[in-house]
Design a protein around this ligand. Structure first.
Ligand SMILES: [Zn+2]
Length: 251
């Protein structure tokens, strides 16, 4: 199994030890460093089956400057880096920085394209406006390889993602009882575009809700995805491992 989205640098020392004991169960883990203070640490964590992504989270987009652009380009060229991000639009926490978020998104999309790396996208808002805007952005810019991280099932984003050949990455919320609409989306999306992730230490799947999440908990989301698609767990594991390999090119 593969965890395509974790933030190992958010874990406390004891949590990281616990997580590491389970790393051999995973084919690969992508850990994302989301602001300039985290890139160095994220690369240090990228050992063995752990790979790195570096980027500027939309809630940190206001930090973009020529110096930060130069530093991001430098870290993104590191041999353990397999993606740029997470970038995207977040009007839930930081609606006031919308222009900066768009600028940071454009920069990261261009960088990903130049380096031949996938672009990992985050999106969040109260009223779906960020999802609408991101869908329009995708259709206008058509990035070559793009991942919709913790896909939440927004219809316009689903349509735009399908149109540009995006990967749809499912996190813990796929296992939540109330999320039937999300499971219906998981049911109809193309098998070869499905990924699973934890967003460690956030978004824990059932039965770990209310606790901090760890990469090996991705098994619960994988299990639920297999059920939703009516295939055996081993088959869904092999499909999502292969999709992650195609997207991130671990080897
Ligand atoms: Zn994240």
């Amino acid at each position: 199994m593969t965890d395509t989205h974790a933030h190992l640098d958010f874990l406390e020392e004891a949590e990281l030890e616990d997580a590491k004991a389970h790393f051999p169960e995973l084919r690969a883990i992508l850990t994302l460093g989301v602001d300039p203070t985290r890139w160095e640490r994220t690369l240090a964590l990228a050992q063995e089956n752990v790979y790195a992504a570096v980027g500027l989270h939309p809630t940190s987009a206001h930090l973009l400057s020529p110096e930060v652009e130069e530093a991001l380009r430098y870290y993104a060229c590191h041999p353990r880096v397999r993606a740029v991000g997470e970038s995207g639009l977040d009007y839930y926490w930081t609606p006031e920085t919308k222009p900066a978020q768009l600028k940071a998104l454009e920069f990261q999309a261009t960088l990903a394209e130049e380096l031949g790396l996938p672009l990992v996208l985050h999106v969040r808002s109260k009223d779906g406006q960020a999802e609408e805007d991101l869908a329009a952005w995708l259709l206008a810019h058509r990035p070559k390889r793009v991942v919709l991280h913790a896909f939440g099932g927004h219809p316009a984003l689903e349509a735009a993602g399908l149109e540009v050949g995006a990967y749809f990455s499912f996190a813990g919320p796929l296992t939540y009882k109330k999320n039937q609409a999300l499971r219906e989306a998981a049911q109809r999306l193309p098998l070869h575009k499905l990924l699973v992730e934890t967003d460690t230490p956030f978004l824990p799947p059932e039965p770990h809700r209310g606790k901090r999440n760890l990469p090996h908990h991705v098994r619960h989301t994988l299990n639920r995805l297999a059920e939703v698609r009516g295939v055996a767990l081993e088959e869904m594991e092999s499909i999502t491992d292969q999709n992650a390999e195609t997207c991130f090119r671990w080897t």
